[in-house]
Design a protein around this ligand. Structure first.
Ligand code: ADP
Ligand code: MG
Ligand code: ZN
Length: 330
């Protein structure tokens, strides 16, 4: 068998910790009786109009600044059109043409030392509702409490080469968002979700192979298993002289295997166009500087300072900075 290398890029969705939704005043609290945190805006009633929550822009900018992104001074929202019952407007308000942040990078620790993972862009969008498939009653129910909860989607470059690097990158993003208070990043509750884009290529090849995208990964363990499973599946195809098909696959963590969900759609399939209900956002230098000044000392800086200032061993400094709350108590 030839030597293969795995290439991975992630699309990470993070629910922001605002009290209210992105375009209306409904609560973002997790749980709650179905359809109690809803109004005409987040249930897509005709004639209702969205009003942007300023705090969403501020959290997005803070995460962007903390991940070394550039900020788009004039950004706007676009409509991503698709029909699905959890999406009552039949479009999702997102950003395609002018995402709020771009060209960032974070440093991760790997077994081979430090490594940089580049961030292609970060955009703001609204979450969809939740479908509950009732097998006993043979029907599906929909809960719009999550509809309109603010998200940022962080899109990396295909810079990761193993499951360990992927986990280190996710942990890094989680730590940053938690320190900023921008999100609690709970994978089990879905406030952090990762789609894994993966391809394989022969070691030394200069071009990337065809990738698949895996969804439905709600723990670090599931992510690691899905990466291993998909790597093996693709290598097997290539070894048999067959082609990898670009598609979206759903990982079933119980069966430890994935199956094709749909062929990969392109941006053009969604008929994106600028949302006419929302004015463009202008971000001034002063606003950016205000946010930059509000960013707390992040974990790495704190760890380093604890070791220098208090002469703590690296291990202790690591434990004490695992959460901002614990560091605060210390
Ligand atoms: P789309 O918009 O169609 O989802 P993008 O080009 O924006 O596609 O890429 C989405 C994600 O896929 C990014 O995180 C990127 O790093 C990753 N990616 C792109 N090409 C590859 C590849 N050949 N192998 C692995 N990951 C890839
Ligand atoms: Mg995508
Ligand atoms: Zn609402």
């Amino acid at each position: 068998m030839k030597d293969y290398e795995v290439v991975i890029g992630l699309e990470v969705h993070v629910e922001l910790a605002t009290k209210t939704k992105i375009f209306c005043g409904c609560s973002t609290a997790f749980g709650g009786a179905p359809n109690t945190h809803t109004c005409p805006v987040c249930t897509g009633m005709p004639g209702s109009l969205p009003v942007l929550n300023k705090k969403v822009v501020e959290y997005a900018m803070a995460v962007g600044l903390a991940t070394n992104c550039s900020i788009t001074r004039d950004c706007k929202f676009d409509r991503k059109n698709y029909f699905y019952p959890d999406n009552p407007q039949n479009y999702q308000i997102s950003q395609l043409y002018l995402p709020i942040c771009y060209d960032g990078a974070v440093e991760i620790e790997t077994s081979a030392g430090k490594k940089t993972v580049r961030i292609h862009e970060m955009h703001m969008e609204e979450d969809a509702g939740k479908l509950i498939h009732d097998e006993w009653e043979d029907c599906s129910l929909v809960d719009y409490n999550r509809s309109g909860v603010p998200l940022i989607e962080i899109v990396s470059e295909p810079d990761m080469r193993s499951a360990d690097e992927v986990i280190a990158y996710l942990e890094k993003l989680r730590m940053i968002c938690q320190y900023l208070g921008a999100s609690d990043c709970k994978l089990q509750e879905g406030s952090m979700r990762a789609d894994v884009n993966l391809s394989v290529r022969e070691v030394g090849a200069s071009e990337f192979g065809t990738r698949t995208e895996m969804k439905n990964l709600n723990s670090f363990k599931a992510i690691a298993r899905a990466i291993e499973g998909e790597r093996e599946r693709q290598i097997e195809l290539l070894e048999e002289g067959r082609a990898v098909v670009q598609e979206t696959r759903r990982w079933d963590d119980n069966k430890e295997s994935s199956h094709a969900m749909r062929s990969k759609e392109d941006a053009k399939d969604y008929r994106y166009f600028p949302d006419p209900d929302l004015p463009p956002i202008h971000i001034s230098d002063a606003w950016i500087e205000e946010l930059r000044a509000s960013i707390p000392e992040l974990r790495e800086a704190k760890m380093e300072r604890y070791q220098k200032e208090y002469e703590l061993p690296a291990y202790d400094a690591g434990i004490l900075t695992e959460s901002r709350h614990l560091a605060g108590l210390f």
